[in-house]
Write a protein of this length. Structure first.
Length: 202
């Protein structure tokens, strides 16, 4: 190559020299631009640079089930585990049960027609709710009109069944404590049929 290749020629060859220089620099610039903008096409991407969705898994691949769980078909609800208790009514029409009220054992009768759980005064003392009572709620019982004092029972337990924070009343001259609707309505369901009371809960 001539040492004066980049020096402009003199005389009538000046125009030809200029066109030749323009062509050479244009071709060189185009090649350089193509190499820079397309260099990623000629390199293998590393795993770190691959998008996560582009990493395919085999069709038979599956993740491990969480401990203690089994896969269910989509859209199928989890099964509801329901417990039940069956009691036969006595000759007086009531079904009786051994219950624990605030940790105190006592016999109670189910009364589906009673709007509230009712304790007689003896059972109220056992349950620790007999102090400072205000007998201000009028009630109608099998013995006629009576008065009840409102209380809240920490819990009523019958076997594995536990209902907490139950509204109740302490009733004067009540023969047997009653499990009414403030207890029964907290269950999954109940049914009295042909002298058999069935309770269900979750």
């Amino acid at each position: 190559m001539r040492n004066d290749f980049f020096e402009p020629e003199r005389g009538p060859n000046l125009v030809g020299w200029a066109l030749r220089q323009l062509f050479i620099w244009g071709v060189g610039g185009f090649v350089l631009y193509g190499a820079v903008t397309n260099h990623l096409l000629f390199r293998t991407p590393s795993p770190e640079t691959q998008p996560q969705s582009a990493i395919a898994q085999p069709d038979n691949a599956r993740t491990a089930d969480p401990p203690g769980e089994k896969l269910r078909p989509l859209g199928q609800p989890a099964p509801i585990v329901t417990n039940s208790l069956t009691l036969r009514a006595q000759a007086d029409g009531y079904a009786y049960v051994k219950a624990s009220v605030n940790g105190a054992e006592m016999t109670m009768a189910f009364d589906t027609g009673a709007s509230v759980v009712s304790l007689n005064e003896t059972d109220a003392i056992k349950a620790g709710v007999a102090g400072n009572l205000n007998y201000s709620i009028p009630l109608w019982t099998a013995n006629g009109r009576n008065l009840g004092a409102p209380v809240t029972l920490r819990e009523i337990r019958i076997g594995q069944l536990v209902i907490q924070d139950v509204r109740a009343v302490v009733v004067q001259h009540l023969r047997c404590s009653l499990l009414g609707q403030t207890f029964l309505s907290r269950l999954h369901g109940y049914q009295m049929q042909e002298g058999v009371l069935t309770l269900t809960w979750q």
